[in-house]
Write a protein that binds this ligand. Structure first.
Ligand SMILES: [Fe+2]
Ligand SMILES: [Fe+2]
Length: 358
């Protein structure tokens, strides 16, 4: 079908140049900034200047407007659900975000996998039982903060950036323990099933509740275990896995401690509420139905160096549990919750060393 020549003629014509509006070229914008890189390059702290660095106590607008930009009337709301800064903030979020970016590692190439050699059957199976448990735990450690990502306002974006790095870290932890389980002839063993303690973290209705339960309590316990991982590890690959994971966990625990500290300083009326969350979490962590005998026995075998050395393994496992309880108490003290010592779950309280004299 022939095309009407008039239509072709119209298409060939140069479009009229639109009149420029230029109303966005305002002289009333935010003050000029000239951020300069510091010792560690151009960090988030270096660009947190004036209005750009001024994270409001309450994020009111509910739109995608980024902090420091000029508000535009008539913009639709996208909905953010944690308006109060004190409900989500931690002063170290920028620092640990930058550190996380610089310290990413690869489970494929940064672990000396070739150092793994055949192990006695029961030791290999014990390692694989621990890896099965950790793969499961790390999955939840990524899911829990991930649920909160969409609820952070762009006014408090630093927290969202930090949470993204945690999700990435946990993805790597999940995959590195899965890889180890599949690398030496055994594979994954018995699933623990999401225990009551872990389910409690996923069910948290409040960010501070989630953070206290996950960052301060659960990941704190995992971090202590990773830091003593050289007693569980049977070769250089496993030592490196625990070392690198412990390094990542320090950031997650550090965020939680500093968030709790911020809440207690800026919303002191929440103290009793936080105790309530911890009362429940500590009780669930010590719940008999959460005790995984396979995992406990696997720790005794790896720490003892075989099933003929269970006594030594039991001694070391008790020392680990004691260390976990004391380091948990220390984190609470740093956060400003030293009174937790006198109302902690008895199962943990009995493991605490006497308070240090100041
Ligand atoms: Fe992790
Ligand atoms: Fe973690």
């Amino acid at each position: 079908m022939a095309i009407d020549p008039a239509v072709i003629e119209t298409l060939r014509k140069q479009p009229d140049m639109p009149e420029l509006d230029l109303s966005w070229l305002t002289t009333e914008g935010p003050p000029a900034v000239n951020a300069k890189p510091g010792r560690h390059g151009l960090t988030l702290d270096d660009i947190n200047i004036g209005v750009y660095g001024d994270a409001p106590e309450v994020a009111r607008h509910g739109t995608t407007r980024v902090r420091g930009s000029i508000a535009r009337p008539g913009v639709i709301r996208t909905g953010y659900y944690v308006p109060e800064k004190s409900d989500i903030w931690a002063d170290n979020a920028t620092l640990i975000y930058e550190e996380a970016l610089q310290r990413q590692w690869s489970s494929a190439t940064d672990i000396p996998w070739e150092s793994i050699e055949p192990l006695p059957d029961e030791v290999e199976e014990a390692i694989c039982q621990i890896c099965t448990f950790l793969t499961e735990v790390e999955f939840i450690a990524g899911d829990a903060p991930g649920q909160w990502l969409k609820q952070i306002s762009p006014d408090h974006f630093e927290v969202a950036l930090y949470l993204v790095t945690q999700v990435m870290d946990e993805a790597r932890h999940l995959d590195v323990f899965r890889k180890r389980a599949l690398a030496n002839g055994c594979g994954l063993l018995e699933a623990t099933g999401a225990t009551r303690g872990l389910r409690n973290i996923l069910d948290a209705k409040d960010f501070t509740e989630m953070s206290a339960l996950m960052h301060v309590l659960a990941e704190g316990f995992v971090q202590t275990m990773f830091r003593t991982g050289e007693f569980i590890a049977q070769n250089e690959a496993e030592k490196m896995i625990f070392r690198l994971c412990a390094q990542d966990e320090s950031r997650h625990v550090g965020f939680g401690v500093m968030h709790l500290r911020y809440v207690l300083q800026h919303a002191p009326e929440r103290r009793e509420e936080i105790h309530h969350y911890l009362d429940r979490a500590e009780q669930l962590f010590g719940h008999p139905s959460d005790a995984n005998s396979g995992l406990q026995e696997a720790l005794l075998i790896t720490m003892g160096g075989g099933k003929d050395n269970i006594d030594k393994g039991a001694e070391m496992a008790l020392a680990l549990t004691k260390k976990q309880a004391n380091e948990y108490m220390h984190r609470l003290e740093v956060a400003g919750l030293a009174d937790r010592r006198y109302r902690m779950n008895p199962g943990f309280m009995m493991l605490l060393d006497p308070p240090k004299k100041r």
